[in-house]
Design a protein around this ligand. Structure first.
Ligand SMILES: Nc1ncnc2c1ncn2[C@@H]1O[C@H](COP(=O)(O)OP(=O)(O)OP(=O)(O)O)[C@@H](O)[C@H]1O
Length: 252
């Protein structure tokens, strides 16, 4: 469903991605790992059209993803979360989640300005769906609370809820368990596994937490200095000498 081929991205003299290729099958959960600066976020930025590829191809559901304009990514079925949380701090948790559904409102500008009954029905439907998500991710109690001031672990779940509100087919998670304690990591992993089944989503997850990646993903791709150095099952990648070397002997 997602096929990345020979993807190269340069920032001036820095080659952030150097001929990277891999594919993700529908329904899979793939971990993207690699030391700092390996190119993981750049890859996500390419997939969500936040940065341009110098060369290479990305095909998503058979279509050329690199030809999709950035604003059409959500409508193409792709949602992402951010390393440093991309929430609006003063908005309530519910409204933050509703932002994730913005592209699903079909009413035009005029109908929305006049607040026609159709628009109100649509808003009520999206709101009910958002409340369902808040329930599902144990966020109902904080639905009306501004995002600012909530515990980090809660905000990570709000980000997941917001991404799911767009009804994506492909979910890109950038360091979803970074900053969580080990109990929270375990909980998030369980939630993610369940949500993936319930929402029938394909997941690509960038994460430094090896326990999370190895225990949650079906396959793992490892980047180093912009190149793909290993790909396989978590066990294969864990034992790969190149991966061990990339992490300078750190336990993976
Ligand atoms: N906008 C940019 N301008 C210049 N260089 C950039 C830009 N974005 C990324 N880079 C460089 O590209 C390389 C890859 O960075 P990237 O953020 O994709 O790595 P990463 O694997 O996500 O790292 P981390 O795990 O630390 O988040 C790095 O050398 C980084 O400094």
């Amino acid at each position: 469903m997602l096929e990345v081929r020979d993807l190269t991205v340069r920032f001036g003299g820095i080659t952030a991605l150097d001929g990277v290729g891999f594919s993700v099958r529908r329904g899979e959960m793939v971990g993207l790992i690699g030391p700092n600066g390996a190119g993981k976020t750049t890859l996500f930025n390419c997939l969500t059209r936040r940065c341009d590829a110098g060369s290479g191809t990305v095909r998503y559901e058979g279509a050329d993803l690199l030809a999709v304009p950035p604003h059409a990514i959500a409508a193409a079925g792709i949602a992402r979360t951010f390393q440093n949380l991309g929430l609006f701090p003063r908005m309530s948790v519910r409204d933050n989640v509703l932002v994730g559904a913005h592209h699903r409102g079909g009413a035009g500008f005029l109908a929305a300005s006049l607040r026609l009954p159709r628009v109100r029905r649509e808003e009520a439907r999206l709101r009910a769906e958002a409340d369902g998500l808040l329930d599902r991710l144990a966020l109902a109690a904080v639905a009306g609370h501004p995002a600012a001031g909530l515990p980090f672990g809660t905000l990570k779940r709000v980000e997941l809820a917001r991404a799911l509100a767009g009804r994506p087919r492909l979910l890109l998670l950038d360091e979803p368990v970074n900053g969580l304690n080990s109990a929270e990591v375990g909980e998030f992993a369980g939630t993610l596994r369940a949500v993936r089944e319930e929402f029938d989503v394909t997941v690509v997850v960038v994460e430094h937490h090896m326990g999370f990646v190895m225990g949650t993903c079906d396959r793992v791709v490892c980047l180093n200095f912009g190149r793909r150095i290993a790909e396989g099952t978590p066990e294969e990648v864990r034992r790969d000498p190149g991966v061990m070397e990339a992490y300078l002997g750190a336990a993976v």
